[in-house]
Design a binder for this molecule. Structure first.
Ligand code: PA5
Length: 426
């Protein structure tokens, strides 16, 4: 279950008595839900307090969607889609639909081409929609929903309402009013949990369960992480350790963190992580810029910069100990490709060697490093990993005296769009 953490420097050297004291205050602020932005600390004990009734309800709905639909279209942007996308991509097989419905995302971009092609693809399939927006007013998913709702009404008539699930705030928002008016079944995004911290609520759970994955195991992994990281111990709490190392590197002149992985299944965990840390920390002229690379492909592109470009990056590897599946290089008769020296080596072992080689090259090139290793890619370990990142992100933002739970910068572009497009009231 454990995530192990390795740092290229000496972690114990980073812990001064002042820092320990600051960390303890931050920890208590989080645990007692009294820290800055306290109204949005509901995610901290959500895994241990989520009701069995809600879990069973979501499982039942997912089962119903699976038995009536070929495709579930999930409409949402940012925290309303990246968590479920990250989990589903991590667990699925790219070339085969497993035991769930096909989950397709929309509303995370605005594209007539995408929506037209999506609707054409849906034409000969049974479809369910899940529109997710906590505020219920975000423009991009609202635009996608206008088209897809119309599509559903044309196709299913009166029956459309039973195929449109709405996940939104309990008390406010245009989407909530619309759902009530149309009689769409509703799930609630808890008021005290923000979008990027909502993967363990119905926001993430319904699409993940519909895709056929075990949400109880996911929650269980998060619950284990919750219990593990509620203990204040700077020597064993890895969420604190990760935050402390990042903070140290930031102060030492490394404002960019690159998350690197050799596992393409984790590419949407990278996207989720970038949103989580970027939107939580990047404020008031402060914060680490989160970027990501997927190896080996990026070793043949951005690898040059990482090795040799301007020294402002640190690199965090996310490794998985056990491969889901594997192949062993076999001995070829003529050795025309001159690869026989690899025979007997698994492709996972190749990647481990590549990690070792890359890590030592980048260290020589002056790139400080953190390595996070998770045991395997399954629901339980992913639940643990995502909770670990959320907790680490909160410590990290508080170390910079930043409120991790607002996003004033995101509002700026939104207001400009409304002004440019003459939205009434702007
Ligand atoms: O983390 C956040 O709060 C944001 O990224 C939101 O998830 C995103 O802006 C979508 O908002 P909403 O769910 O209100 O449509």
């Amino acid at each position: 279950m454990n995530i192990s953490i390795n740092y290229s420097g000496d972690y114990s050297q980073l812990l001064s008595p002042e820092l320990e004291q600051k960390l303890q205050a931050i920890h208590e602020g989080i645990q007692t839900k009294s820290a800055k932005g306290a109204d949005y600390l509901g995610w901290t004990d959500w895994p241990s307090t989520i009701s069995e009734e809600l879990l069973q309800d979501i499982k039942g709905t997912a089962e119903h969607i699976r038995s009536t639909s070929d495709v579930l279209v999930v409409i949402g942007i940012g925290g309303s889609y990246l968590g479920s996308k990250a989990v589903i991509e991590s667990l699925s097989t790219p070339f085969q639909k497993l035991n769930g419905v096909e989950v397709i995302f929309a509303g995370h971009l605005v594209s007539g081409t995408y929506l037209k092609q999506l609707m054409a693809y849906l034409d000969d399939k049974e479809v369910t929609l899940n529109i997710i927006s906590k505020s219920g007013t975000t423009t991009e998913p609202a635009i996608a929903f206008r088209f897809l709702q119309h599509y559903m009404e044309k196709r299913y008539g009166d029956q459309a309402a039973a195929r449109i699930f709405v996940t939104t705030d309990e008390e406010k928002g245009a989407l909530r009013s619309l759902a009530i008016e149309k009689g769409y079944p509703r799930y609630v995004v808890p008021g005290n949990i923000g979008g990027r911290y909502s993967v363990f609520t119905a926001v993430g759970l319904l699409p993940i369960a519909a895709a056929g994955y075990d949400i109880e195991k996911l929650i269980n992994g998060a619950k284990i992480a919750e219990q593990e990281f509620e203990v204040f111990d700077t020597k064993s709490n890895r969420a604190i350790q990760y935050a402390v190392i990042r903070n140290h590197l930031y102060n030492a002149g490394y404002p960019i963190e690159i998350m690197a992985t050799f596992d393409d299944k984790l590419s949407y965990v990278q996207e989720w992580w970038k949103q989580l840390f970027g939107e939580s920390e990047g404020k008031e002229g402060k914060g680490i810029f989160p970027a990501s690379v997927l190896y080996s492909t990026d070793l043949h592109s951005l690898g040059q910069y990482i090795q040799d470009g301007k020294r402002m990056l640190f690199e965090t590897f996310l490794n998985v100990e056990k491969a889901v599946d594997d192949l062993t290089v076999f001995e070829a008769e003529n050795n025309g490709d001159e690869l026989n020296y690899l025979s007997g080596l698994t492709l996972h072992a190749f990647n481990l060697a590549c990690h070792e080689a890359t890590s030592s090259a980048h260290l020589d090139g002056g790139v400080p490093q953190i390595t996070l290793t998770m045991e395997q890619l399954d629901e339980q370990h992913l639940g643990h990993l995502l909770y670990f990142y959320m907790k680490a992100c909160a410590y990290s933002a508080y170390l910079l005296d930043i409120n991790p739970f607002d996003q004033p910068g995101v509002e700026d572009y939104k207001n400009n769009v409304f002004k440019i497009l003459n939205k009434p009231g702007y």
